[in-house]
Design a protein around this ligand. Sequence first.
Ligand code: IMP
Length: 447
Amino acid sequence: MRKNSIAICGGAFGDEGKGRIIDEFTNSFAEERAVVVYRDNGGANAGHTIFHNGKRVALHQLLSGVFHKNATLILGKDMVLHPGDLVMEMHDVEIAAEGTIPATIMIDELATLSLDTHRAFENVLKQTQEGGKGSTGRGISPAYADVILRHPLKMRDIRDWDEAKIQKHYQLYEALISGLGGDLAQTEVPTVHGDTILVGTFAEFSKRLKEQVEIFKSCINDVHEFVATAWENEETAFLFEKAQAIGLDKRWGVYPDVTASDCTLDGIYSSTEGIVDPQLIETKAAVIKATYMSSVGSRILPSQMEETLANRIREDAHEYGATTKRPRGITYLDLPALRYFLRVGRVTHLVLTHMDIVYADTKIKVCTEYKKDGKNVVYRPDQMYLNTVTAEYIELETWDSQIAKKAKSRTELPQAAQAYLTFIEQQLGVPVIMITTGAAREEGIRF
Ligand code: IMP
């Protein structure tokens, strides 16, 4: 095992509250030593909010630790990055920091670009295809598709300004979009701040891109050497910040409600070109919500929650998408799905968030098994299959969330909450290392 290393991924269908957990671990590392925070997947489709000097900052492509001078953030090779959004985010961080960005930012020169062309294409595709409807519209899958189709634009293409290549890219998307009845220049695309802009002509598009890259050009590097050296020095902490969640992974999610990247820790191996073997990471943790699951998308799990309780949770836990603000679907905690995710994700530890979302008048209902034709069956990421299985439940004692919020250790938690943690550990076969009982920093316990 490599000392001082931790990877944090989403253990369900996204929005588990992992940003807050990543932030907590990054800050506690950064208080004592240099920390490298590495991200290998996704792009502006991710989103989490952190507070700095009382100011709220939404991070989408930048990483936790951005406010810490001991942190080096690496936006890895297998990310898909949107330069315009990145500039806006950097600016937001500068405002909150009241000066320059405290952390060092390094962008792999081989990271793929996800541009307004991709957003425009996704927009037009949404009108013609069923499966893409649930996407965040941030141009993620077209950017990954560019890689598969062998015509991606990379960070170094805009750093070194390869005009011919950039123009060819624009023309390709212009042709694709016009083939589907659209007009690239006239298409409106979203920005990270939630407003929209017109893609514009090639001259307008490339002028914007050129101005944007100037702002972070010095961050674009060959990061290979740096990662290798830092990984060898076990005194430097390494935190791997995964985006999305195992249940949204292109292979393990319920198609088509999936994102285009590898949401498991395996993606770290390819993004770092084999420097980091994810199996050597000391703590491989998945974050899940303690008593229910939430997600956006059209998949229907056998463990759907009845709407009265789902609505109550949606309001109390503010279950609306961080990037798109869409209301999230709520299910009971689904142990068959989680067993599958932990197995394919090769996860060794759990973090449970939202331990305060429980009600004195309602027992906690957990889906323990799937049944089909009278037999126990496993979760599989296939909607037609899931439609044929039924969920079995157990009801467990609830606890007083106010008492849980005040607890400073596992043994100070209400008895029922302690019993619940033991139940989850036994059912899923991995230990819980941290819980949260609210949004405030002190409303969390590390075991
Ligand atoms: P895309 O990643 O924009 O292609 O979206 C694909 C699917 O993943 C959609 O159902 C999105 O809502 C979902 N998704 C992508 N990123 C996140 C995330 O960070 N949290 C939750 N859902 C996400």
